[in-house]
Design a protein around this ligand. Structure first.
Ligand code: COA
Length: 324
């Protein structure tokens, strides 16, 4: 028997305010048609003034705990993936830990931008598999609206705010792909491309927060190649083919990237969970938001095989295979 991390609950939160492409077109030189054609995005949710990443993360975390039927005091590991923390320090995870009534264990932030949730899931899974944690809360939460240059139409139309969370619990399995829980995770980064998608500020460089900068075409090109490669790696590691996968929950950056990756791998689009048209790119929150939506509405069911994948600044990219 081997230790496995079972996903026993999930929760998400989107801010109240919806901003449509039409509304954006009132203040940025863009059109609904351009945004939909290039990205598939029709609207995004934006945090209210004063609403922070920790606020979004706390609600998602509380909903995940409720769906798992456990209290915060049972959690002994909290990993929060974010590129938009409340403060330079302490970790946003510490704030959330205090709010959910988690008193023991460890809470820390993890920064892998849009791949952050997959990286955090992998870290928590490894803590559980080595017996260092029994109950982990893995959160992806972002307020990207705070780091957007609202005069740069090439980037500001693509992102939104939100949070998603899952609860992992240690369980046992036979060590085969029939086991429930996280079967494997696969992480990569390539720092040679750190300046293709980055924020031009930070405590050690400009002492300002800075704004998101992106070479869109280059990012697009690398995204499809890297995602197809890491998904292939996850399938090979588990001796599976695309036909064995019930659902793919991709990072929701761009509809064309999702479609391009599906085509390259031979996944039918009906098995790709898609929220990008409503949520836009919420970075580390996008995968848990989409996963939670598909679990809650009954598309993803117990026993099904789900493949999670994401790519982000760094570059970072990764995949995780889970039997629900
Ligand atoms: N509205 C209208 N026109 C816009 C625009 C907008 N919001 N943003 C850019 N344009 C214009 C450009 O100025 C350019 O005009 P020009 O030809 O007169 O110079 C034209 O549209 C084409 O711009 P380009 O950047 O070449 O478009 P593109 O086809 O590469 O699409 C992205 C741009 C950003 C949508 C696309 O590159 C992309 O999706 N990249 C990946 C981004 C991503 O997912 N990043 C996150 C990964 S985690």
């Amino acid at each position: 028997m081997v230790l496995r991390s079972h996903i026993v609950g999930c929760g998400s939160y989107l801010p109240e305010r919806v901003v449509t492409n039409q509304e954006l077109a009132g203040r940025v030189d863009t059109t609904d048609e351009w945004i939909v054609e290039r990205s598939g995005i029709r609207q995004r949710y934006l945090a209210a003034e004063g609403e922070t990443t920790a606020d979004l993360a706390t609600i998602a975390a509380q909903r995940a705990l409720t769906s798992a039927g456990i209290s915060g005091s049972e959690v002994d590991l909290l990993v929060l993936a974010t590129a938009t923390p409340d403060h330079t320090f302490p970790a946003t995870a510490a704030k959330v830990q205090g709010r959910i009534g988690m008193v023991g264990g460890a809470a820390f932030d993890l920064q892998a931008v849009c791949s952050g949730f997959i990286f955090a899931l992998s870290v928590a899974d490894n803590f559980i598999k080595t017996g260092q944690a029994r109950t982990a809360l893995v959160i992806g939460a972002e307020t990207f609206s705070r780091i957007l240059d609202w005069t740069d139409r090439g980037t500001c139309v693509l992102f939104g705010d939100g949070a998603g969370a899952v609860v992992l619990r240690a369980g046992r399995g036979k060590g085969t792909s029939e086991d429930r829980g996280i079967l494997s995770t696969h992480l990569h980064s390539d720092g040679r491309h750190h300046d293709l998608l980055y924020v031009d500020g930070g405590p050690s460089t400009t002492q300002t927060t800075g704004f998101l900068r992106m070479e869109g075409k280059e990012v697009f090109r690398h995204a499809v190649t890297n995602l197809a490669s890491v998904v292939g790696e996850a399938l090979t590691a588990n001796d599976l083919t695309p036909a064995d996968i019930d659902w793919v929950v991709p990072h929701q950056a761009n509809k064309r990237i999702i479609e391009g990756t599906a085509r390259k791998l031979g996944f039918p689009l009906e098995r790709m969970v898609m929220t990008v048209e409503r949520h836009a790119n919420t970075s580390a929150a996008s995968v848990p938001l989409a996963l939670c939506e598909a679990v809650t509405d009954g598309r993803i069911r117990d026993g099904q095989l789900v493949l999670l994948e994401a790519m982000g600044g760094g570059f970072t990219w990764g995949a995780g295979l889970v039997r629900m």
